[in-house]
Design a protein around this ligand. Structure first.
Ligand SMILES: [Zn+2]
Length: 115
């Protein structure tokens, strides 16, 4: 198991809720969540990436990397050194309600009647 690095910044961020470390904290079982409400933050440099990011990404210190085409995400310091936050302290339940609504919106767009 990799060593836990303690951040040099305050774990509590205004407008976000600290969920924990690693993929488990992102609420998606063993994998990393790709929710637009989840933020990943490097424990070393504090760079932040939204979980729904859909391109290559590296944090400032180079520890965290997202290989978008291969679907790989992780930190050279180990998964536990990626901090997981949710936006605006939303609970999982709220996120589910929100995604249901966006699905309805999407269906509405796709099946909109032509005049
Ligand atoms: Zn970093």
């Amino acid at each position: 198991m990799s060593k836990l690095i303690q951040p040099k910044f305050d774990l509590e961020i205004k407008g976000m809720k600290f969920l924990g470390r690693g993929p488990k904290a992102s609420g998606n079982g063993l994998g990393w969540s790709r929710s637009e409400n989840i933020i990943y933050k490097c424990v070393e440099c504090g760079s932040e990436m939204i979980a729904s990011h859909n391109d290559y990404w590296n944090c400032e210190c180079g520890a965290i990397h997202l290989d978008f085409d291969a679907g790989r995400f992780g930190s050279n310091n180990g998964d536990d050194n990626i901090l997981v936050y949710s936006k605006n302290g939303q609970t999982k339940k709220n996120q589910n309600i929100k995604s249901k609504y966006s699905l309805i919106e999407l269906i509405g767009k796709v099946f909109r009647k032509k005049n």
